[in-house]
Every structure is written in structure tokens, then in C-alpha cells.
Design a protein around this ligand. Sequence first.
Ligand SMILES: NC(=O)c1ccc[n+]([C@@H]2O[C@H](COP(=O)([O-])OP(=O)(O)OC[C@H]3O[C@@H](n4cnc5c(N)ncnc54)[C@H](OP(=O)(O)O)[C@@H]3O)[C@@H](O)[C@H]2O)c1
Length: 291
Amino acid sequence: MNIIVSGANGQLGSSFLNCINSYNNIKMYFFDSGELNITKKNTLEKLINKIKPKYFINCAAYTDVNKSEKNSKQCFNINCLSLNLISNICKSYNCTLIHFSTDYVFDGKKKFPYIEYDIPNPLSIYAKSKLCGEKEIFNSGVNFLIFRISWLYNPSFNNNLISKLINQIKQNKDIYAALDEKSIPTCANNLAKNIMYLIFKYKLKKIKKTFHYVDNGNAVSVYKLTKFIKNISYLKKYKSSIFSIKSSEFNNSLIRPNYSALNNKLFRDKFKIQEDNWRNILINNVKEYYL
Ligand SMILES: NC(=O)c1ccc[n+]([C@@H]2O[C@H](COP(=O)([O-])OP(=O)(O)OC[C@H]3O[C@@H](n4cnc5c(N)ncnc54)[C@H](OP(=O)(O)O)[C@@H]3O)[C@@H](O)[C@H]2O)c1
């Protein structure tokens, strides 16, 4: 069975590379943005026709939330319009589309974790484009799984919240972190591993469903998350101090929901995957990758 992974050089795409030899009967084909630009219909058609994948795992996306405000055309092109192309081609080849969306589709006004049936109200261009992509997939009639995720981190990358905080701690820098911005960290390597397991175990051929996927545990503010990381035994020796501030003190607070924790119960109940608590997962990642 063949699987295509797009956006292979990104955080999540790279996490799927770790799964390449996990299952004997699965052959994975990875494409970075140079090899497969998801906005190009001809390239998509040629590759899908050649490889005839059973699953197309789309890790490609425009992910710079701040820059999206000025680059809305490019952002919508990649995060929305290309999902129309991918969905329609996948549908005609009977290929299930696995795609990723964001906690930012919500406006943050809720005070407890968002479920799949809550009504989205995206604040930023990025979040609007991601919701638009979800709708393209849904309307196409393709078989799909969309996972909405939050605070994704791959320890091999420096561009995520967790890696940035750890790097600042290791440089003994003082950190000003928002007390009123709350969500739940999600480990990219575990997400990729779990999706491969789902494909192997459940086949997922006739499915059209959106799930919230985050590591287990309660929502945490960026401030408390930073304190938690600083207190992990291996990082205690560093001298950075952590100060709480309001998210409104950041220029870009208006385009980010203050509260965007996702409830992962639907996913856990459906697939019986018992993920560990985000705190334990994070401690293990610090031990394995960040020291
Ligand atoms: N990071 C988070 O905290 C977070 C939270 C919620 C949801 N998500 C979602 O999770 C998914 C994975 O995110 P990530 O953190 O892995 O993103 P990432 O590290 O920014 O990777 C995105 C990848 O997409 C590629 N790409 C951009 N435009 C493309 C195009 N037109 N054609 C093909 N590839 C293209 C990029 O390649 P180049 O670098 O070469 O442009 C990059 O390798 C995305 O759908 C994102 O919206 C992420």
C-alpha cells in the first residue's frame, strides 16, 4: 500500500519520516515543497496517478500566522484552494485524505476545551484560510480525516513554542510569558506514529470526519508552561527568570485566541488510543532531544 506525504520538510512531515520502516506492507513517498507544490494541479495529478496512493497525508501548509495578515492571497492559495485540488484528485483515485487544521479556528471565548461541534470563528487570516481548507475537503465528498491540533512541537525544529522556550532557558534568558494565553502542547512525533497506527489498524477507507487531537491533560498558560519546563530536573540549573504578562502586551494578540484548548475525547473514544499526559511526553522529549 502506498502513501504520499506532502510538506515533508516541515515539523509534522519530518515526524512521518520516523515511521518509514514501521509497517512492512506500507510504502511511503515523501515530497518537499520543491518536489510537490500543492497549489499545482498538474504536479498533484501526475504524482497521484503514478503512485496511486491509498492515503494522501497533507503536512504542507502556510503556517506563519503573523505574515499571513499581509500575505492573505498566498496563504489562502496554499491552505484553502489547494485543498480543493487535492480533495478532488484524491476522490477520483479513491484515496483517503489525511489533513491537519488548527485550534485557531476558534475565537477563544469559551472557557473549557472546544469539542468538534463547537462553531468556529477564526480571528486571523491564517485561521480563516485553514477553516476554508476544511470546508473544501468536506464539500468535495472525498474520504477524509482532519485533525485539528494545537501547539505542535517537533524537538528537531526551533520554530515551535516549546523549542523556543527551551532554547531561551538554555541561554539563561529572562522570559516574559502570557498568563492569559492557554492551550495544550502536542508532540508531532507521537501524532505521526498514531496516525500510521490508525491507518494500519482501522484502514480508514470510508470515513469523513474531523477530530480534535492534542496530548492528554489540562490546558496550560504559556506562563505556567514555561515555569513547568524550567522546573524539569535537567533544566533547573539554568538561571533564566520567568515573568507573567498579559497577551495584550504582544502586538499580535488580536489574531490569536486567548483560550484554544481542544477536547480530544471523541478521538480517544473512537480509536481507543490512550495518549500520555503532555507533561510526561514533554519531560521525555527534553531528556531525549533537548539536552
Ligand atoms: N505548528 C503548530 O503549532 C500548529 C498548530 C495547529 C495546526 N498546525 C497545522 O499542522 C500542520 C503541520 O504544521 P507544521 O508545524 O509541521 O508546519 P511547518 O513546519 O511550517 O511545515 C509546513 C511545510 O509546508 C511546506 N509548504 C508550504 N507551502 C507549500 C506548498 N505550496 N506546497 C508544498 N509544500 C508547502 C513548507 O515547505 P517550505 O518550508 O519549503 O515552504 C513546510 O515544509 C499544518 O497544517 C498546520 O496548519 C500546526
